[in-house]
Design a binder for this molecule. Structure first.
Ligand code: CAA
Length: 240
């Protein structure tokens, strides 16, 4: 059966890898993005996966965006909450805006997407929600009180919603990626990143497709008994 999947932040970085992996599984994929129009158009031309522009942190925009996907692609069966930003800085230099923007998008985005799609999954008695957390939500990270709190919140959100979806065939799981070779990680100052990589037992950054394979597993038809689970994919950086 062809399922419809939405991947937030699905045109670049880890999200691009996830969109491609779900397409390879035969699903109809809609890739959301918020900012980089040019990258999104290039992605669509290259992959044939349509893109949908809306800000996952904006509740009304998410409801309208998901309604558009529903009318153009079909009822949404799978949601991958991947969209996320960083606004790194030590607490004593961090503004309230940098705190709030990360919470609004990274954690608020999961709530907004679930509000738009979970009721339909529940009614149709089948659904998959995969939330992208982070090793830094599990272990904390110097300079990331906002990001670590939001990602940690995603892990709690996952376990709570998993309990609500269980009776209705809707599984809710999380991936906790480590440091992956994306633009987000490339923005970490070189000397800081070198120190981080030195602490990864596998000795390198991860790749987007290595995260995508984990997401794909959660989205299979038969992973019905896997819910409320967090899969760490981090090269051994944090064993949790
Ligand atoms: N533990 C303890 N002390 C640390 C430290 C750490 N991990 N990192 C830095 N410090 C110390 C430094 O040694 C320095 O101390 P001194 O002043 O005594 O020398 C002090 O903190 C200030 O360090 P910086 O010069 O780096 O401070 P800054 O204000 O210029 O920058 C920062 C702070 C923005 C947080 C910068 O260190 C940084 O970007 N760190 C990387 C944060 C990070 O890993 N982000 C991950 C982004 S990718 C991602 O989030 C994806 C994912 O899910 C994994």
């Amino acid at each position: 059966m062809s399922r419809v999947a939405v991947v937030t932040g699905g045109t670049r970085g880890i999200g691009e890898g996830i969109s491609l992996a779900l397409k390879d599984m035969g699903y109809s994929v809609a890739a959301n993005f918020a900012g980089n129009e040019q990258k999104a158009q290039e992605f669509t031309e290259r992959t044939g996966i349509p893109n949908y522009k809306f800000d996952v942190g904006d509740h009304d925009a998410v409801i309208a965006g998901c309604e558009r996907i529903r009318s153009e692609v079909g009822d949404i069966d799978i949601v991958v909450n991947n969209a996320g930003i960083t606004r790194d800085g030590v607490l004593h230099k961090m503004s309230w805006e940098d705190w709030n923007e990360v919470m609004r998008i990274n954690l608020g985005g999961c709530f907004n997407m679930a509000k738009a799609t979970f009721p339909g999954m529940r009614e149709r008695k089948w659904g998959r929600i995969v939330n992208i957390g982070s090793v830094n939500g599990q272990a904390g990270q110097y300079g990331q009180v906002n990001y670590a709190a939001a990602k940690s919140g995603i892990h709690g959100f996952t376990k709570a919603l998993a309990q609500e979806g269980a009776k209705y065939g809707v599984t809710v799981n999380a991936i906790a990626p480590g440091y992956i070779d994306t633009d987000m990680v490339a923005a970490v100052p070189e000397p800081v990143l070198e120190k981080i990589i030195a602490k990864i037992p596998v000795g390198r950054l991860g790749h987007a497709d290595e995260i995508a394979r984990g997401v794909a597993f959660f989205c299979t038809e038969d992973a019905t008994f896997v819910t409320g689970s967090t899969l760490s994919i981090n090269g051994g950086q944090h064993m949790y």
